[in-house]
Design a protein around this ligand. Sequence first.
Ligand code: SF4
Length: 135
Amino acid sequence: MPLVEVNKLKIYYEGRTAPVKAGRQRREFVHAVDGVSDRIAVMYLGKIVELAGTKELLAHLCHPYTKALFSAIPMLTQNDHSGRIILEGEIPSALRPPSGCRFHTRCAYRMAKCSEAEPTLREIGSGHLVSCYLY
Ligand code: SF4
């Protein structure tokens, strides 16, 4: 199976499951992702920030953007706000992305070097790659 862009799958998922309970939605989403792809690549402003086998990634969300993305799933009911990570700031232009880590303008964990040099996508184990100075 080809890699699935999580944002697109999430949009597809939102369209077909809006009325169900939050916990059930998360489980269904995980099953949906697992069923259509062996690997997941999470992209931010046109760059892969995290790449791993589906089960590995779902068990160990690492990149701050990946965590925020997946935390949004229970919000589909608009009743369960627990655990939701709200990103600060505006979405930067993909035509003029921020220097360094493209996510640094919205990241709660940013350090000085995050805006200076772009982190490389490097393996942290089990074929799990992350582009972040936290790893
Ligand atoms: S490299 Fe820095 S700004 Fe980018 S995701 Fe990691 S901690 Fe956040």
